[in-house]
Write a protein that binds this ligand. Structure first.
Ligand code: PEP
Ligand code: MN
Length: 340
């Protein structure tokens, strides 16, 4: 159930409703918007009795939710969520570019790539210190020393750090060094990890699972939000199909469908979404044209020597050209200003 407050409801009235919800043993999720605040209720086994709230001051109405998810929905929050990190944002007017190597390999490699990412105007830097590799013998990431290099990138270039944690201990570490916590495709349904991410103060970038339906992906986001972390960014990164010309099949139809259902921002990762260098820029352009709030791009100064995902990494100059092109598309799609 949602409790929708009147437009002019006071903060005290919202707090009183939250208290009433908590008194019944449920969890209250107030999500303010510019038009009105709505409060989601979770933690109930049976239907919630609306009469508890309907007569409280400031309440406009109560709404039953028949969908499997509650907090990710436009019913709860009619305006898009803008996730703010420092003075950068994902989901606002600006196209968010998150770029960097697949893995942090060394200080020199990381700082070289970070300089190029900064020069492109991007606000976010990606790089894994904990790598979910198919083979146990493949490079697994530098761990905490990788995170320390990422912290140096933020210090030196002012870039916000997006990096993956694969388990709860990893979340503790990412919280110490990073700005956005990435949950990888392979962990999209690691519910313990999702709950831990939901108790984090960091925004969560939630990648779509390798074969996840849209509903499973949105319910994974719901896990994070149900714990009280409402700063979730969805990331489409392709799903496995019978296609053999790509590593994954990038599902760009997910963008308008997420928009139809949810207030959460959605970014696209055409690097993992295609796994093929020559497809990254075309699919990045298509993602922006389809309405993505941002892009995750793997870039490397020496892709041929990369310890992970070199075949999909763009060279620095290819990356620079991509950024130029996607900004042009994003600008062309900006809402027309109405002249008086
Ligand atoms: C990554 O972004 O480094 C990564 C491992 O991606 P995914 O979880 O989408 O495979
Ligand atoms: Mn990768």
């Amino acid at each position: 159930m949602l409790v929708v407050m009147k437009k002019n409801a006071t903060d005290e009235q919202v707090i009183a409703v939250v208290r009433a919800i908590e008194k019944l043993g449920y969890k209250a999720h107030p999500l303010p918007g510019t038009m009105r605040t709505a409060i989601g209720i979770t933690g109930n086994r049976d239907a919630v009795d609306a009469t508890h709230f309907e007569t409280l001051p400031g309440v406009a109405e109560t709404v039953r939710v028949s969908k499997p998810y509650k907090l990710i929905t436009l019913d709860l929050k009619t305006e898009k969520t803008v996730v703010r990190v420092g003075d950068a944002a994902i989901g606002g007017d600006e196209l968010a570019i998150i770029a960097g190597p697949c893995a942090v390999e060394s200080r020199e490699q990381t700082l070289t790539i970070a300089a190029a990412v900064r020069k492109s105007g991007a606000r976010f830097f990606r790089g894994g210190a904990f790598k979910p590799r198919t083979s146990p013998y493949a490079f697994q990431g530098l761990g905490e020393s990788g995170l320390q290099i990422l912290a140096e990138v933020r210090e030196t270039f002012g870039l916000m750090i997006v990096t993956e944690a694969m388990d709860e201990t990893g979340v503790d570490l990412v919280e110490r060094y990073g700005d956005i916590l990435q949950i990888g495709a392979r962990n999209m349904q690691n519910f313990t990890l999702l709950r831990r991410a939901g108790r984090s103060a960091l925004p969560v970038l939630l990648k779509r699972g390798l074969s996840a339906t849209l509903e499973e992906w949105l319910l994974a986001a719901e896990y994070v939000m149900a714990e009280g972390n409402y700063n979730v960014i969805l990331c489409e990164r392709g799903v496995r199909t019978f296609a053999q010309h790509t590593r994954n099949t990038l599902d760009l139809a997910a963008i308008p469908e997420v928009r139809r259902l949810s207030h959460l921002p959605v970014v696209v990762d055409p690097s993992h979404g295609t796994g093929r260098k020559h497809m990254v820029t075309p699919l990045a352009r298509a993602s922006v044209a389809a309405g993505a709030d941002g892009l995750i791009i793997e870039v490397h100064d020496q892709p041929e020597h990369a310890l992970c995902d070199g075949v999909q990494a763009l060279r620095l100059e290819q990356y620079e050209e991509l950024v130029h092109q996607v900004h042009a598309i994003h600008e062309a799609l900006a809402p027309r200003s109405v002249s008086s």
